[in-house]
Ligand binder design. Structure first.
Ligand code: GLU
Length: 422
């Protein structure tokens, strides 16, 4: 971590600065002590590893890998593994911190973690990706495990990577350990409903935000930035709820004018991008953020909504599918405009909620039906949404502040009750 960002006082808006400034605010609003700030603003365990990979042509390349266990106070640490060229230690710490508050807010018996490798997975063949995943797993092996720290998919990884991680861990253990990762293929102990869980949760958050704002979902319009594991499933679930999805985008840009989300998905799968789908018009990612819609769902990467993009937003509701898509300056502008912002740790918590179900099923060797998964996801998310909206109303704070107060407050309370060893 850089000195300035670990102090939370740097002027730039890196994801770690943002996360620390939100934590500081929650600590102040909860009137917690400086001891609490010192404990909660510091990750418990940080591991940086070298990941050598033999390319298909024989060259050996080195990549940097990370695993950050931000907190283990409320249970084993939990969080995804990101393969992205821009990932670094500061960002991994920030994302692990967000996982901590997310698991506490949704009352899952977990701390928070995040991992990653600084690599663009699109530059790897499948065999190279497998070697990289297995080597990364073996480097972080001493600190992961079903009772210690449970990885899952995040940006740039999917169930294929989870299968290799589970296999690498199991081969080393000498027996099959499905509970070491979640987001696995169903045949290896994955859960029904995990693939679409984050997007399904985003759609539930959108439905509740529309209800609170008194907007009929059948008349509501939505734009979705990002068309990956979160954006696509969220768009599909919202369409099934009756909303009109008017625009979607990926890293290459966005499109409008399509008749349904599935047709764009099929086109993007075949062509590698949503751009150029028949009958659509192109728009830039920035134009998408400024569309005159009821709901905007940023579901790509961090820092989409900033000082420069927030003034252009015309949506009444913003539901954060991505982790940390909004900078503090962007947040302030949206609040001043009266936009209801459903924060990431609430809006995208469907993924880790169903990861928790997967882990429970693996521990019990007893698997649930799709409808059980769906009902339990809905009930945990609804409980969290109600808690956040009630706290926001009773304390006159934003939904983000309310969510952070609940999450941070639970971790602080657990810390106090456990006491400091020795
Ligand atoms: N990567 C997802 C997130 O950011 C899911 C984490 C998990 O399932 O452990 O919430």
């Amino acid at each position: 971590m850089t000195k300035t960002s670990s102090q939370g006082s740097a002027r730039s808006e890196s994801p770690l600065d943002t996360a620390l400034s939100q934590l500081r605010r929650a600590i102040d609003q909860l009137q917690l002590s400086e001891n609490d700030w010192n404990t909660l603003s510091t990750p418990r365990r940080v591991l940086e590893v070298a990941v050598p990979v033999r390319r298909d042509d024989g060259r050996v390349e080195m990549y940097k890998g990370y695993r950050v266990q931000y907190s283990t106070t409320r249970g084993p640490s939990k969080g995804g593994v990101r393969f992205h060229q821009d990932i670094d230690l500061d960002e991994t710490v920030a994302l692990a911190m967000l996982m901590t508050w997310k698991c506490a807010l949704t009352n899952l018996p977990y701390g928070g973690a995040k991992g990653g490798v600084a690599v663009n997975p699109k530059t790897l063949s499948q065999a190279e990706n497998e070697r990289l995943t297995r080597r990364y797993t073996s480097e972080i092996l001493p600190i992961i495990g079903p009772e210690r720290d449970i990885p899952a998919p995040d940006v740039g990884t999917d169930e294929r990577n989870m299968a290799w991680m589970m296999d690498t861990y199991s081969v080393n253990a000498g027996y099959s350990v499905p509970g070491v990762v979640t987001g696995k293929p169903i045949v290896l102990g994955g859960s029904l409903g995990r693939t679409s869980a984050t997007g399904d949760g985003v759609a539930i958050a959108v439905r509740e935000a529309l209800r609170i704002k008194g907007i009929d979902p059948h008349r509501a319009t939505v734009a979705v930035q990002g068309f990956g594991k979160v954006g696509y499933w969220a768009a599909l679930a919202m369409e099934n709820m009756g909303l009109k999805v008017v625009a979607v985008s990926d890293v290459n840009g966005g499109v409008t004018g399509f008749s349904n989300v599935s047709s764009i998905f099929d086109y993007a799968n075949a062509n590698g991008s949503v751009i150029g789908a028949p009958g659509t018009e192109n728009i830039s990612n920035e134009e998408l953020l400024g569309l005159d819609v009821d709901v905007l769902v940023p579901a790509a990467l961090a820092d989409a909504i900033t000082e420069s993009t927030a003034p252009k937003i015309r949506a009444k509701i913003v539901v954060e599918g991505a982790n940390a898509p909004t900078t503090p300056a962007g947040d302030e502008i949206m609040n001043d405009k009266g936009i209801l912002v459903v924060p990431d740790i609430l809006a995208n918590s469907g993924g880790v909620i169903v990861s928790y179900f997967e882990w429970v099923q693996d521990k019990q060797n007893y698997f649930w039906s799709a409808s059980e998964v769906k009902e339990n996801l809905n009930s945990i998310l609804m409980r969290s949404i109600t808690e956040v909206s009630e706290r926001s109303a009773s304390q006159q704070v934003t939904w983000r502040e309310a969510a952070n107060m609940i999450g941070v407050g639970r971790v602080a309370q657990a810390h106090r009750l456990r006491g400091l060893y020795p």
